[in-house]
Design a binder for this molecule. Structure first.
Ligand code: PLP
Length: 446
C-alpha cells in the first residue's frame, strides 16, 4: 500500500517518482531510465526537454501568467490562434483555448447546441457518436464516449440525448469479400440510418476520432469513410466534430489528421500535442458559419472556464507549433512512422498473438489476440494490457496499452506514440523493448 497522500489513480501500488526527462527518456528517483514510447498518452510529442518550449514558458511567466480572458486578451493566445487558423482546413474561422481534451470536447458539444439555438432550430438535441470511442472523462465528453468501462459507474449521470453507431474498424468489421471502399461506405451509412431513426432535424452533431486512439489503438478509417460522413452530415444539416485530441497536431503526419480524409469538419478539437505536455492546453477550432451565427445572434459564447486561454499554456503552444514547423517535424513523423511500421511488421507480422498492426504517422498499435485465425481476444479477466504496461516498465519502456474497455469485441492493444523529434535508433529500441515485454507477458499468460 502506498504511503502517499495523493489520491492516485490506483491505490494498490506505489509508483516510481519521475525526476527528470531528456529527449524521449524519463528518469525516476532510483535512477531507472524509461524510453517513453507513447509520450504518456500520446502527449509528449517533442520529448521531455525541448529548449525552445522551456524558454517560452519561462519568458511568459516572467511577464504575466494569468489575466482573465473575459477582460483582457494576451499575445500568446492571439498568436497561437492565428497560427492554427492559418494551418487549419478552409472554413475554420476562430479558436477557443481550453485546458485539455475533455474541456475542448465539452466546448464543442455545447457550441454545436448553441449554434442551433442561435439559428432557431432548438429541436436539434441529439449527438451521435461511435462505440469504442474515447472523447474524455468529464460528464459531457464521457456521455459521447463509447468506452463501456469508464462509463459504467456513472450511467445515471450521463446525457441521454446521445446515440452510438459502430466505429470504422476494418480489422474486425470489414467483411472478407468486401473492399475497404465498400466497407467505408457501409460503415458511414450507419450514421444516416441513425439520423433517420432519431428523426431528421433532431440531430445536432456527429463526433468521431479520425484515428481511434485510447479505446481501440490507432485505428484510422478506411478511405472514403469520412467523405461519406461529411455528405451525410450535409444532407441532414448535422455538424461534424472531428476529435483530434490524440491524433491532431502532427501526430498523423499532417498537422490535422482530417487533412488526409478529404472532408472538412465544422469543429475540431485538439489538445495533447498542442503544448506537447509542457502545459495543460486544449483548443476548439470553430467553423465560419458557427461563428457567424453566434455573432448575428446572442453575440457571446454561453460557455467558459477560468483558465481559458492561459498565457503560459498558449506561449508553450506557440513554441511547440513553431518547433514542429521550423524543425521539419511533420516530415520526420512520416519518415519515422515508416520506420516504426516496418520495424513492427518485420518483428511481429507473423507473431501468433499479434492479430493486427495498424496506425498512421507516429501513432501505431498492435492488437493482441489469443488466436490469429478467428481473432479471438484473450479473456478479459486476464487483463493482458495491464500486465503488458507493468512488464514494459520493468523493461524500461513506457507505452499505452489498453483493452477490454469497450462494449464491443476487441483484443488488448499496445499503443505507441513516440516523439516527433526521436532518432531512428529510438524507433529500433522501441521495437526491441516491445518484443521483450511481449515475450515476458505471453510466457506468464500461456
Ligand atoms: N478525446 C480524445 C480523442 C482523447 O484521446 C482524449 C484523451 O485521451 C480526450 C478527448 C480527453 O482528453 P483529456 O484527457 O486531456 O481530458
Amino acid at each position: 500500500m502506498s504511503t502517499s497522500d495523493v489520491l492516485h489513480r490506483q491505490l494498490d501500488r506505489r509508483l516510481p517518482t519521475v525526476v527528470s526527462g531528456s529527449g524521449p527518456y524519463l528518469v525516476d528517483d532510483e535512477g531507472r531510465r524509461y524510453l517513453d514510447a507513447s509520450g504518456g498518452a500520446a502527449v509528449s510529442c517533442l520529448g521531455h526537454d525541448h529548449p525552445r518550449v522551456v524558454e517560452a514558458i519561462a519568458r511568459q511567466a516572467s511577464r504575466v501568467a494569468f489575466a482573465h480572458t473575459s477582460m483582457l486578451t494576451n499575445a500568446p493566445m492571439e498568436e497561437l490562434a492565428h497560427r492554427l487558423i492559418d494551418a487549419a482546413p478552409p472554413g475554420i474561422a476562430r479558436v477557443a483555448f481550453l485546458s485539455g481534451g475533455s474541456e475542448a470536447v465539452e466546448a464543442a458539444l455545447k457550441l454545436a447546441r448553441q449554434y442551433f439555438m442561435e439559428i432557431g432550430q432548438p429541436e436539434r438535441r441529439y449527438v451521435i457518436a461511435r462505440h469504442q470511442s474515447y472523447h474524455g472523462n468529464t460528464l459531457g465528453a464521457l456521455s459521447v464516449s463509447g468506452h463501456a468501462a469508464r462509463r459504467a459507474f456513472y450511467a445515471p449521470f450521463l446525457a441521454q440525448n446521445v446515440a452510438h453507431i459502430p466505429p470504422c474498424y476494418a480489422y474486425r468489421h470489414q467483411a472478407p469479400d468486401e473492399t475497404p471502399e465498400a466497407y467505408g461506405l457501409r460503415a458511414a451509412d450507419a450514421l444516416e440510418a441513425k439520423i433517420l431513426e432519431l428523426g431528421a432535424g433532431t440531430v445536432a452533431a456527429f463526433i468521431a476520432e479520425p484515428i481511434v486512439g485510447a479505446t481501440l489503438g490507432a485505428v484510422p478509417a478506411v478511405p472514403g469513410y469520412f467523405r461519406r460522413v461529411r455528405e451525410i452530415c450535409d444532407r441532414h444539416g448535422v455538424l461534424f466534430i472531428a476529435d483530434e485530441v490524440m491524433c491532431g497536431m502532427g501526430r498523423s503526419g499532417t498537422l490535422f489528421a482530417m487533412e488526409q480524409e478529404g472532408a472538412v469538419p465544422d469543429l475540431i478539437t485538439v489538445a495533447k500535442g498542442l503544448a506537447a505536455g509542457y502545459q495543460p492546453l486544449g483548443a476548439l477550432l470553430v467553423g465560419q458559419r458557427i461563428v457567424e451565427a453566434i455573432a448575428a445572434g446572442s453575440g457571446a459564447l454561453a460557455h467558459g472556464h477560468t483558465y481559458m486561454g492561459h498565457a503560459i499554456a498558449c506561449a508553450a503552444g506557440v513554441a511547440v507549433f513553431d518547433a514542429i514547423r521550423e524543425e521539419g517535424l511533420l516530415h520526420n513523423v512520416r519518415r519515422l512512422g515508416g520506420l516504426l511500421e516496418d520495424g513492427l511488421r518485420a518483428r511481429f507480422g507473423q507473431h501468433p498473438h499479434v492479430g493486427d498492426i495498424r496506425g498512421r504517422g507516429l501513432l501505431w498499435a498492435l492488437e493482441l489476440v489469443e488466436s490469429r485465425d478467428d481473432k479471438r481476444p484473450f479473456p478479459r479477466a486476464a487483463r493482458l494490457h495491464a500486465a503488458f504496461k507493468e512488464t514494459a516498465m520493468r523493461h524500461g519502456l513506457i507505452c499505452y496499452p489498453s483493452g477490454g474497455t469497450a462494449d464491443g469485441l476487441e483484443g488488448d492493444h499496445v499503443l505507441l506514440a513516440p516523439p516527433y523529434n526521436a532518432e531512428p535508433a529510438h524507433i529500433e529500441e522501441i521495437v526491441e523493448l516491445v518484443g521483450k515485454a511481449l515475450s515476458t507477458v505471453l510466457s506468464a499468460q500461456l
